[in-house]
Design a protein around this ligand. Structure first.
Ligand code: 1GP
Length: 233
């Protein structure tokens, strides 16, 4: 497989209607010495590990990625809050642009700053349109990015933003209610976005149980991201 192996794999899985599950690990709270134990508890359905957080202390991301890769062969993708979290030890990076917001720092500035670390890297770069949706409490993404989430009532704006991301050439859309969200992204929003776009759809934030995960899949999520639920197990 070539440079786009994970994106190609995702698209193939989606065409076969195989749902993906990514577990999000925040290096700021993760105990690297417990990596083997943590990985053992994850559901067999897990297809990816995402590593990142809105703010992470320097070098912690790399240590966490290395600790995880020691005990498992799942692909590890960076899900960075900023360019300081880029490490070459992962397999790929969700190259996020916060397209729901209007803060140039997270639309393009962090991306420009990260190029020196990505230019000669073997990390697979996955251009991702990242949409913050109102989750019922103030999320870390809202706080750090100083952008407003889109209201769950404003489905048209959510769909149009996701499609704008696709038209710009992004390869994935990620609907994010925020880590620890009270309310996950509503299933009618997931369905509307899925119907409109032709690229993989990731959904995360506030998905706390099997039922909510299944509902997200049924509505059209190709990949569900769960973090807090497994942190507390
Ligand atoms: C956050 O979407 C992820 O970026 C996961 O959220 O921690 O609420 O599962 P949770």
């Amino acid at each position: 497989m070539g440079k786009n192996k994970f994106i190609s794999f995702l698209n193939t899985s989606i065409s076969k209607k195989e749902k993906q599950l990514a577990i999000l690990i925040d290096p700021d709270v993760f105990d690297n010495s417990e990596a083997a134990y943590f990985l053992n508890k994850l559901p067999a359905q897990t297809t990816h590990l995402f590593v990142g957080g809105s703010t992470v202390e320097k070098d912690k991301t790399e240590a966490t990625v290395i600790a995880l890769k020691k005990y498992c062969s799942l692909p590890v993708f960076l899900f960075p809050g900023d360019e300081s979290q880029i490490t070459q030890s992962a397999d790929g990076i969700l190259f996020l642009s916060l397209i729901s917001g209007r803060n140039p720092e997270y639309l393009i500035e962090q991306q420009v700053k990260s190029v020196s670390k990505l230019r000669d890297s073997s990390l697979e770069i996955m251009p991702t349109g990242y949409l913050l949706i109102e989750g019922g409490n103030k999320s870390a993404v809202e706080r750090v990015s100083e952008t407003k989430p889109i209201s769950q009532d404003d489905i048209q704006t959510i769909v149009d933003t996701a499609l704008a991301g696709e038209y710009l050439g992004m390869k994935l859309i990620y609907l994010e209610a925020g880590s620890g969200a009270k309310n996950p992204v509503n299933t009618n929003i997931i369905s509307a976005v899925k119907e409109a776009i032709n690229i993989p759809l990731f959904v995360g934030g506030g998905i706390k149980n099997e039922m909510q995960k299944k509902e997200a899949y049924a509505a059209g999520a190709d990949l569900v991201v769960m973090g807090t639920f497994f942190e507390n197990k």
